[in-house]
Design a protein around this ligand. Structure first.
Ligand code: NAD
Length: 360
């Protein structure tokens, strides 16, 4: 087991990474009324969790959230809150998110809202949620006009990453998580990037020792950034490398059609081409990034039907737009990043066009 801590004063919390459920999970549930939000593909894992918890909680209710990004909406939130009321949860109850980022985001937001705030625990089951969404306290549901527009910062009490959950995860979901892992190397750790180049095949074949290292390194970078800048006033923005381009792809394709991680992977290439055109990244470095994305099973281009110009209006809807200016995270070499707000439309379109016409 690897233990990390997210240092946020009296809101600090532990992250446990390993195979099997960590015994300390029982301490969190002991004597409390518990509601577990999960989804149908997690049925087997929910069974294992219920057996593990046994009669430690005062009561347990399982809430089945419909599958897919479209379930992250205000109507489903209301239903979860209804379940909490019917299960008789007070503020001393506990919500558990067993699932990927969709379950984690809506459950966290329900915990932030219910009786003005209650405890919740993240049990992330996709690679993407294990390396990213379960940590950091961003919780949200979508509005028909945009993703994650209704939300709150609300930190979990603990995060338990059980690598065994990944056994049932489909390959494309593994690749989506690997995109976020690559992102940490690009923004913060050149040695980790090199390690990923050497170990990508093993990660894709779900080697547990390699996954434990990759997840722990990713989360230690995320935990450090969140501890410095919980509410994204500064350095936390670096975690959004590739996301502004990626959101344009997701919005254009309809959320859920391109996986978030796949869109982020292509977005990282677009941000990197822009960085290269500004002399911040050299040709060898960008070629390494294309190769690593390919090795991770990620797409190397955006959707063919999406002309480079169509990205701009969709990118302008990003939450990082300030005073009408796009703020883009760009890599500086491999291992550092910065935010720029002076990228011109023609520079952005040219970078997208370079990715779309590259021959890899
Ligand atoms: N809060 C944050 O900081 C943050 C960061 C990144 C992404 N997100 C959000 O996360 C969401 C995407 O999360 P995701 O990529 O985990 O997708 P997801 O939650 O939709 O999960 C993908 C699919 O895999 C299934 N699944 C989950 N675990 C499984 C397992 N172990 N075996 C088999 N199937 C499994 C799910 O039921 C679902 O059908 C988006 O809504 C995005 O906005 C949030």
């Amino acid at each position: 087991m690897i233990k990390l801590d997210v240092g946020l004063g009296d809101r600090s919390y532990p992250i446990q990474i390993g195979t099997g459920l960590h015994p300390s999970l029982k301490e969190h549930v002991s004597g409390r009324a518990v509601v577990i939000v999960s989804q149908e593909p997690l049925a087997q894992h929910l069974k294992t969790l219920l057996a593990f918890l046994g009669d430690a909680p005062k009561s347990v209710t399982a809430y089945p959230l419909p599958n897919g990004e479209s379930a992250k909406n205000i109507g489903e939130l209301e239903k979860i809150i209804g379940c909490l009321i019917e299960a008789g949860l007070g503020r001393d109850g506990l919500l558990i998110a067993l699932g990927g980022g969709v379950v984690g985001d809506i459950t966290g937001f329900a915990a932030a809202c219910y009786q003005r705030g209650m405890d919740f625990i993240q049990l992330p089951t996709t690679l993407l949620s294990q390396v990213d969404s379960a940590v950091g306290g961003k919780t949200a549901v979508n509005h028909p006009l945009g993703k994650n527009l209704i939300g709150a910062f609300h930190q979990p009490k603990a995060v338990f990453v059980d690598l065994d959950w990944l056994d049932t995860l489909p390959d494309n979901e593994m690749s989506a998580g690997l995109a976020e892992i690559i992102k940490y190397g690009v923004i913060a750790d050149p040695d980790f990037f090199t390690w990923l180049e050497a170990n990508m095949a093993g990660l894709r074949s779900k080697n547990k020792a390699l996954l434990a290292h990759a997840i722990a390194r990713s989360l230690s970078i995320k935990a450090e950034v969140v501890a410095q800048d919980e509410r994204e006033q500064g350095v936390r923005a670096h975690l959004n490398l590739g996301h502004t381009f990626g959101h344009a792809i997701e919005a254009h394709q309809g959320y859920g059609n391109w996986l978030h991680g796949e869109a982020v992977g292509v977005g990282m290439l677009m941000a990197s081409e822009l960085a290269k055109s500004r002399g911040m990244l050299d040709d060898e470095q960008i070629q390494r990034l294309y190769r690593l994305n390919r090795a991770a099973g990620l797409p190397l281009k955006g959707p063919a039907e999406m002309a480079p110009q169509t990205y701009l209006p969709l990118m302008m809807r990003d939450k990082k737009v300030l005073a009408g200016k796009l703020r883009l995270v760009l890599p500086i070499g491999l291992g550092q990043a910065t935010v720029v707000s002076d990228a011109t439309e023609s520079e952005i379109v040219a970078a997208i066009a370079t990715v779309q016409s590259a021959n890899h």
